[in-house]
Write a protein that binds this ligand. Structure first.
Ligand code: NAD
Length: 437
């Protein structure tokens, strides 16, 4: 099938490439020339495992190309996926849907009759119905549907190729059938297809993120209780998660969530619920947000204690800049927020990350950066483990000991092996765990 994907960020680019890979003919459209130019040459502006190979392959197949022109998109296909950003409103909590509105307004006069515009961006409930009316006012024979995206950054390609579910909110049987046809290979591989009304589909997305965020903040609240009681949250999480009704996933204590989705999505959900007069029903999401943000302050406070009460003149080595392992995305990264707060208090901070250094440098030019872990930790009075990249678990505490000034590490992700670090003479502190030395 012929289709366009409008917005070639983390969601749109991966979607475009994966759609071309399963045999569709795809044009990826973005207003950002700086994104389209490298893509046309086969260079991805983002890091996602497997993406570079897939991009090269699908460009070579002739089934994928890129463009900056919506008119080109409207001429090429009758099916358009909208994957533009829906960030938090500047100065507010609600979602800023102006990019989505702009795509509908710009595309409506260009589309051929019978076109289908499918929203993949995360939007407040009611948006698809509103956009449908807006589209029909200009293009009466075209329609909208919503097909929320559930991919995880760091696993974007594999999640798109093998989704657990495909959720579609359509106003017509025809739109539903088009989406079934598009995703046929995924459905054959076992993805479950949910066809519902647009409002329910929109809510499935934000309810999923709200639940996952709540699970993370729940265990971080338990970490605070463990700190007060001298208990160990890592053992607690392991034992609690062993209950199959609860499960281990998203029960990882630590510095909490960041990125471009969970924080803004739970705020936007709470704001939308208030507009609908049911703010009280999900008021707990405000607390989920507060608990999450508090882990950043707790980390800074604990780090300050570990260097003797003041950061002035201290050297701090930071492991991790990305908001999560496997990604180069630093949007609302807890790691960089902590690093930056510590620097503002007078420390010299040097940050390492396997993938996100370029993005980090652009957003936080005031920090120093290092291409390897020993360089980041040279002369450090304290090492901070802030993003749980798997390679940090393989660091040799013995070798790192030879470059630091003081063998102190704060494991704000609760994933390092305390015994190994302790046997190499380190004091390992962590959120929700008693100190090892
Ligand atoms: P992004 O910021 O990486 O990409 C958005 C892209 O849209 C940018 O390249 C931008 O230049 C482009 N764009 C903006 N206006 C445009 C226009 N008028 N025409 C064409 N292109 C335009 O965003 P993202 O992370 O890919 O997220 C996109 C949406 O998907 C958001 O609503 C987000 O909440 C949702 N989502 C994101 C993820 C994720 O993990 N990143 C997962 C699920 C859902």
């Amino acid at each position: 099938m012929r289709m366009t994907v409008i917005g070639t960020g983390y969601v749109g680019l991966v979607h475009a490439v994966c759609m071309a890979d399963i045999g569709h003919e795809v044009v990826g459209v973005d207003t950002d020339e700086a994104r389209i130019a490298p893509l046309t040459e086969g260079r991805s502006p983002i890091h996602e495992p497997g993406l570079d190979e897939l991009l090269t392959r699908t460009l070579a197949s002739g089934r994928l190309r890129f463009s900056t022109s919506l008119a080109d998109a409207a001429r090429f296909a009758d099916v358009h996926f909208v994957c533009v950003g829906t960030p938090q409103m500047p100065g507010g909590e609600a979602a800023d849907v102006r990019q989505v509105d702009a795509v509908i307004d710009d595309l409506a006069p260009l589309v051929r009759p019978g076109s289908l515009i499918i929203g993949k961006s995360t939007v407040p409930v009611g948006t698809t119905a509103r956009l449908g009316a807006r589209l029909r006012a200009v293009a009466p024979h075209s329609e909208v549907a919503v097909n929320p995206e559930f991919l995880r950054e760091g696993f974007a390609v594999s999640d798109t190729r093998r989704p657990e579910r495909i959720v579609v909110g359509a106003e017509s049987r025809r739109a539903e059938m088009v989406l079934r046809e598009i995703y046929e290979p995924m459905l054959i591989s076992g993805a479950r297809f949910f066809s519902t009304d647009p409002a329910t589909a929109e809510l499935v997305k934000v309810a999923s993120n709200a639940f996952l965020a709540t699970k993370i903040s729940f265990i971080n609240a338990m970490a605070e209780v463990c700190d007060a009681a001298g208990a160990d949250v890592v053992t607690l999480a392991d034992a609690v998660g062993q209950d199959s009704r609860i499960g281990h996933r998203f029960l990882q204590p630590g510095l909490g969530f960041g990125g471009s989705c969970f924080p803004k999505d739970i705020r936007a959900f709470a704001a939308r619920a208030e507009e609908l007069g049911v703010g009280e029903a999900i008021a707990f999401l405000r607390q989920v947000d507060e608990i999450n943000l508090r882990q950043r302050t707790r980390t800074v406070d604990l780090a300050r204690d570990l260097v003797g009460g003041s950061f002035t003149g201290r050297h701090v080595g930071v492991l991790g800049a990305a908001f999560k392992p496997g990604s180069d995305d630093v949007r609302d990264s807890p790691a960089l927020e902590v690093a930056s707060a510590i620097r503002r208090e007078g420390a010299e901070v040097r940050v390492h990350d396997p993938e996100a250094l370029d993005n980090a440098r652009r957003g936080f030019p005031e920090l120093q950066y290092a291409f390897d872990v020993p360089k980041a930790c040279e002369d450090a009075d304290l090492v901070l483990h802030l993003t749980a990249w798997p390679e940090y678990r393989d660091i040799s505490p013995d070798r790192l000991a030879s470059v630091v000034r003081s063998r102190k590490i704060l494991d704000a992700r609760d994933t390092l092996d305390a015994t190994t670090w302790q046997s190499a003479g380190w004091t390992l502190s962590a959120l929700g765990r008693p100190p090892t030395n």
